[in-house]
Design a protein around this ligand. Structure first.
Ligand code: KIV
Length: 272
């Protein structure tokens, strides 16, 4: 092992818990390929989520439902190869854990064994308790996901803010406590009122990572294509866009096309 490698300490679930305990916010972004994950790792991200949002931003599907376990493993394998420090968590895709807990365990083990990732994420609370317990029993760290859970989009019928009504808010708090009691190491809360997210972050000990859940949680996550301004059609209120890569890339591509057409590229220095 080189000195450089031995100096880099991988982020662990214990470190994420310690970050919550001392009030240090956790940074998390999605990545699905080697090149993006390498840059993210160098920038110092704490957690990389190989999200099933790959179904939308990589494969062009309307929802996260079509992506398969094999495809998620392919993306995760590419990400893991690129990083040394971040904790890598992978979404178990729709249809690979809801059926029964044995299937859930099989899917989690395939992800861990074949990709080398460090944990898995599942959507839901009480309904998937058995699957969560079974995966955890094999020593696989599990991250929960409550609120707007995109794998249930056809049940919700809309991408609107969840848990605005008391009944749904109460269930969300109950589910968060169930996931904590099962032994999950963290929970993502998506698109819920900031005050509810604050209450959850105060009432459970494990880290709460928000996306559209306001500032009073233990960390934040965004889909990398959204925050880089690559996806143009998705502009929810919770999204902060940190770059306009669509414009930068379009400019580069049009310049390249012009240079090829005009025979400006390649020039003498670019030739052998
Ligand atoms: O798949 C994904 O990118 C996610 C985030 C939205 C949290 O689950």
């Amino acid at each position: 092992m080189s000195q450089h490698q031995s100096e880099i300490k991988r982020v662990t679930t214990h470190q994420l818990q310690a970050m919550k305990n001392r009030g240090e916010k956790i940074s998390m972004l999605t990545a699905y390929d080697y090149s993006m994950a390498r840059i993210l790792g160098m920038a110092g991200i704490d957690v990389i989520l190989v999200g099933d949002s790959a179904s939308n931003v990589m494969a062009g599907n309307e929802t996260t439902l079509p992506i398969t376990l094999d495809q998620m493993i392919y993306h995760a394998t590419s990400v893991v190869k690129a990083i040394t420090r971040p904790f890598v968590v992978v979404d178990i895709p729709f249809g690979s854990y809801q059926g029964n807990s044995s299937e859930a365990l099989r899917s989690a083990i395939r992800i861990m064994k074949e990709s080398g990732a460090h944990g898995v994420k599942v959507e839901g609370g009480e309904e998937i308790r058995e699957s969560v317990v079974r995966i955890l029993s094999a020593g696989v760290p599990v991250m929960g996901h409550l609120g707007l859970t995109p794998q249930s989009i056809f049940k919700f019928g809309t991408y609107a803010v969840r848990a605005k009504e008391q009944e749904e808010a109460d269930k969300l708090i109950r589910d968060a406590k169930i996931l904590e009691d099962c032994g999950c190491f963290a929970i993502v809360l998506e698109k819920i009122p900031a005050e509810l997210a604050k209450k959850v972050a105060e009432e459970v000990r494990i880290p709460i990572i928000g996306i559209g859940a306001g500032p009073h949680v233990d960390g934040q996550v965004l889909v990398i294509h959204d925050m880089l301004g690559i996806t143009q059609e998705f502009q929810p209120r919770f999204l902060r866009t940190y770059a306009d890569l669509d414009a930068i890339m379009t400019k580069a591509f049009t310049q390249y096309i012009e240079d090829v057409k005009s025979s400006d590229f390649p020039n003498e220095k670019e030739s052998y």
